[in-house]
Design a protein around this ligand. Structure first.
Ligand code: ADP
Ligand code: TRP
Length: 320
């Protein structure tokens, strides 16, 4: 079974990205053949600083390898290193009805907010379809926000197969409904757009500051507190052992335990949890040649698979 997943390079990854996406992706390596890539071409629809783009892409390679993507087990590459994907996007565009793309949320949202949409943003789902279909993926694990894009991918594949002949595997989405929405420092969903994130590879001082800044209510220290209503406890549970979580829960309920103390414990748990990943990342950071090699080898492996598909497609549509 081929499992495919793409992640946009977006600067610093936060606890929500890690628990909601990266950790499940790393775990899929033991379920099937993982195809995992950094979707830098998709970022171009909204990012217009070339230096930053290159830096974010490099950082994303470091992040994912440090967090457990195993380049021996999985095919891991940067989207733009397989130029055939842009070519396939064009071929797919010609069997994609405009109306299908007009109904897509990301584009509709931009229009409704009066954000001038470029045609890249409009065709974003076609590029995503090319990513998925190029590698003949069976399963695509995504967050709920991406479900529609997988449906569009299936529609495009059906249309293409019907027009030219069976070439594409129809992918199934795997929606990560069961994964909790991780709260940010203000209690809302943790998201870069809300400025409430805790970055996992930030400096110790910054992470501490973010955690100590978690918004709490004004319940006095002596009073009992409800752990289920506390962002601190919700986050602590994700990183502490069951025994440690139970202990914090009891302290919340007993009273005489301040939010400041709970935040310090949370900081300790987060800092320790990411220690081995941080050490691995520091090691990788000092080994640019190794990262370049990972990137090259990943591109080679991905291109080999892509070329089989693109050759078939070129033949079918009559351009080869
Ligand atoms: P952001 O909202 O910070 O811009 P993205 O939309 O780039 O994050 O997130 C990439 C993926 O990370 C999402 O598809 C989702 O699966 C996961 N993710 C992001 N934030 C959270 C969160 N707070 N809880 C759970 N998963 C999250
Ligand atoms: N659009 C996805 C996101 O914003 C990233 C992505 C690009 C992707 N191509 C993909 C995800 C193919 C799964 C499969 O998160």
């Amino acid at each position: 079974m081929r499992i495919l997943s793409g992640i946009k390079p977006s600067g610093s990854i936060h606890i929500g990205n890690y628990l909601g996406m990266i950790k499940p992706m790393v775990q899929s390596q033991s379920r099937g053949e993982l195809f995992c890539f950094i979707a830098n071409l998709h970022s171009l629809t909204t990012m217009f600083d070339g230096k930053m783009m290159a830096q974010y892409t490099h950082d994303a390679i470091l992040d994912l390898v440090a967090l457990g993507i195993d380049t021996e087990k999985s095919i891991f590459w940067v989207q733009s290193d397989v130029p055939e994907v842009a070519e396939l996007t064009w071929y797919l565009s010609n069997v994609t009805p405009v109306g299908l793309l007009e109904r897509c949320h990301a584009y509709k949202d931009a229009v409704s907010k009066n954000i001038p949409a470029n045609s890249g943003l409009f065709s974003y789902p076609v590029l995503m379809a090319a990513d998925i279909l190029m590698y003949q993926s069976n399963l695509v694990p995504v967050g709920r926000d991406q479900k529609q894009h997988i449906e569009v991918t299936r529609d495009i594949a059906i249309k293409f197969n019907g027009t030219y002949g069976e070439v594409f595997t129809l992918p199934e989405p795997e929606i990560r409904e069961e994964i909790a929405i991780i709260p940010g420092t203000d209690g809302q969903k943790m998201s870069k757009s809300y400025g409430n994130t805790i970055e996992i590879f930030a400096k110790e001082k910054q992470i501490r500051k973010k955690i100590m800044g978690i918004v709490t209510d004004t319940t006095p220290v002596e009073a009992p507190k409800d752990p289920d209503n506390s962002t601190i406890y919700q986050l602590y549970k994700m990183f502490a052992s069951p025994d440690q979580a139970l202990e914090m829960e009891k302290k919340f309920r007993a009273g005489g335990y301040g939010y400041g103390d709970a935040k310090k414990e949370l900081f300790g748990a987060v800092w320790e949890h990411f220690r081995p990943f941080r050490e691995k990342r520091e090691e990788l950071e000092n080994n640019k040649d190794y990262i370049d090699q990972i990137r090259k080898q990943g591109a080679m492996k991905a291109r080999e698979v892509a070329q089989v598909t693109i050759d078939k497609v070129r033949g079918l549509i009559g351009v080869s």
